[in-house]
Design a binder for this molecule. Structure first.
Ligand code: PGA
Length: 256
């Protein structure tokens, strides 16, 4: 039985004050005994501060990205060991904003996947098609290519204890979420695609949906058999909305 993961991606938002209030709000809204995993990924500069604010809570600390090198002359980079040292366990990689604005390739993202696994942490691999690719009927081909980059570099076993976030690019930050049926179809495709290599790996891998998930649409998305929680952007900046999404994931899990 897979345990859903609801993860908040704060992106380039926040301040010390905001982090303090948001974590306090989440701790207030969420019980410490939840049936799904909850994570938040603040900007890297606030990780250590947030870790302290989280003391004693079951909320997992996540990061939004990581460098591929462990140390050396790489100005501006942050290594996986540094993230691990401040308490990060889950690291988002391959977000469409990084693929687009930083020109990150599938192969480069696969390298990040490898360093995270090597450090014993959990990669949250974002995949998904653009609007143009969607309209051209390329959704499955794009998702398969993005997953195969990791399988080709590291083998399918790398997806043990890993997370995939299916985030159609046209749904991110647009308010235009995929319908539950649309998302389920792609999630099933992703799971089947991995199952062609290894059924056990496919059965346990967490596949989150992401893209305009909010307190209104989460419950229905989570009823779908292959949707294991969500990667949440905008709605993760509000404690009450994020808590509603977490509770919806718990409720759906109880029924699955
Ligand atoms: P959104 O972002 O929830 O604001 O659409 C999701 C994401 O980019 O992970």
């Amino acid at each position: 039985m897979r345990k859903p993961l609801v993860m908040g991606n704060w992106k380039l938002n926040g301040s010390i004050d905001m982090a303090k209030n948001l974590v306090a709000g989440l701790r207030n809204e969420l019980s410490t005994d939840v049936a799904c995993d909850i994570a938040i990924a603040p900007p890297v500069v606030y990780l250590d501060f947030v870790k302290h604010q989280l003391g004693g809570s079951n909320i997992i600390l996540g990061a939004q990205d990581v460098g591929i090198n462990l140390s050396g002359a790489y100005t501006g980079e942050v290594s996986v060991d540094m993230l691990k040292e401040v308490g990060v366990t889950h690291i988002i990689i391959g977000h469409s904003e990084r693929r687009t604005y930083h020109k990150e390739s599938d192969e480069f993202i696969a390298k990040k996947f490898g360093v995270i696994k090597e450090a014993g942490l959990v990669p949250v691999l974002c995949i998904g098609e653009t609007e143009a690719e969607n309209e051209a009927g390329q959704t499955q081909a794009v998702c398969a290519r993005q997953i195969d980059a990791v399988i080709n570099a590291l083998g399918v076993q790398a997806f043990n204890h890993a997370v995939i976030a299916y985030e159609p690019v046209w749904a991110i930050g647009t308010g235009k979420s995929a319908t539950p049926a649309q998302a389920q179809a792609v999630h099933k495709f992703i799971r089947d695609h991995i199952a062609q290599k290894d059924a056990k790996v496919a059965e346990q891998v967490i596949i989150q949906y992401g893209g305009s998930v909010n307190d209104k649409n989460a419950a229905e998305l989570f009823t779908q058999p292959d949707i294991d929680g969500a990667l949440v952007g905008g709605a993760s900046l509000k404690a009450d909305a994020f808590a509603v999404i977490v509770k919806a994931a718990e409720k759906a899990k109880a029924k699955k």
